[in-house]
Design a binder for this molecule. Structure first.
Ligand SMILES: *[C@@H]1O[C@H](CO)[C@@H](O)[C@H](O)[C@H]1NC(C)=O
Ligand SMILES: *[C@@H]1O[C@H](CO)[C@@H](O)[C@H](O)[C@H]1NC(C)=O
Length: 317
């Protein structure tokens, strides 16, 4: 076949002069960890025959041929390390000789695409550049991290206010403090893991540790209120329910994002965290205002031991 090809080229050169194929100019394409297949474009603009059976295509990487297609016999020849390399034969007559590769075989570097159509030929160079993928955009990344940190700060502020204004017993401080430390610990580890770039199991786990243990903050929020009120006012119950709702939304967002290399639902995660934080902030203001009002009156505390036992019961479930 090589002989025939050379023959054609020579004949063509004699017949038509040294006709050149011209290509769409695409100097480079990029890929990242999210690409499963890679397409390296190669498009001829001035084919005349528009017939795949009169075409030859060669793809080279750093000057070495790894894929050739012989249109006369409709045969592909591949280098063993490029078994996935292919091109779409039905697209050839329109001048499209773009290369398809699986991501495992897509080595960054300078690819050249050589096309012969009867007597005419030409080649073009395309550089495949590897860029590291970012899972979330930096701003989303920052917002998620900031909101979980804020959520934890707000919890400790509530804890401090309740401890100071409503005379928390030592055992109650332990009962509310230890789960709080656990929640904050998870959030800190989560933020550190989540900070890594790219889409990998490390930062997926990080986001999980940011979102999932935040559930601890929901019952803690409720048990803080039990230190404030003997009977929970409707407003406090509503706040706890809203906080739980915010958590559920964040978890749904997490489930949608964790399996997507290019997550589109980061706003769901953020919305959940925002609700958690807003509710926590309202709760904080609420207990501060109540605390000041109650300073002159009898604090509506109920038996501290009883509520601590409630707390323990739920924590152990
Ligand atoms: C990688 O995937 C992106 C998004 O789907 C796409 O735009 C890009 O062309 C792909 N890169 C290559 C080299 O195929
Ligand atoms: C590809 O070619 C360009 C320009 O000639 C060069 O700057 C670049 O380093 C080459 N890339 C590789 C991976 O050899």
């Amino acid at each position: 076949m090589e002989a025939l090809r050379v023959c054609w080229v020579l004949l063509g050169t004699l017949a038509a002069g040294s006709a050149q194929l011209l290509f769409e100019n695409i100097p480079s394409v990029t890929m990242d960890a999210c690409n499963t297949t890679v397409l390296i474009p190669c498009k001829v603009n001035n084919l005349i025959e528009n017939n795949a059976t009169k075409m030859f295509v060669k793809w080279k990487l750093q000057g070495k041929v790894f894929l050739s297609y012989d249109g006369v016999d409709n045969i592909f020849v591949r280098n063993r390390t490029f078994e996935s390399a292919s091109l779409n034969v039905p697209d050839l007559p329109s001048g499209n000789a773009s290369l398809l590769l699986s991501k495992h075989e897509a080595i960054p570097g300078n690819y050249s695409c050589e096309v012969v159509e009867a007597s005419r030929e030409g080649q073009t160079l395309i550089e495949l550049i590897y860029v590291s993928a970012t899972w979330f955009r930096p701003v989303e990344h920052g917002v998620i991290t900031a909101f979980i940190i804020l959520g934890n700060i707000l919890y400790w502020a509530q804890f401090g206010v309740v401890a100071k204004m409503y005379d928390m017993t030592f055992s109650k401080k332990i009962g509310l403090g230890i789960p709080g430390i656990i929640a904050t610990g998870f959030a800190v580890i989560g933020c550190i893991l989540f900070a890594a770039d790219g889409y990998a199991s490390g930062n997926q786990a990080g986001l999980g540790l940011i979102i999932l243990p935040a559930v601890i903050l929901v019952p803690l929020f409720y048990f803080l209120f039990t230190s404030v009120f003997e009977k929970q006012p409707l407003f406090a119950i509503i706040l706890v329910v809203l906080k739980a709702l915010g958590y559920v939304i964040a978890v749904v967002g997490f489930a949608l994002c964790v399996s997507a290399c290019r997550p589109k639902q980061s706003s769901v995660v953020i919305a959940g965290l925002v609700i958690i934080d807003i509710v926590a902030a309202i709760g904080l203001i609420y207990i501060i205002v109540l605390g000041f009002n109650l300073k002159d009156h009898q604090p509506p505390r109920k038996a501290v031991e009883e509520s601590l036992n409630d707390a323990k019961g739920v924590m152990l479930e």
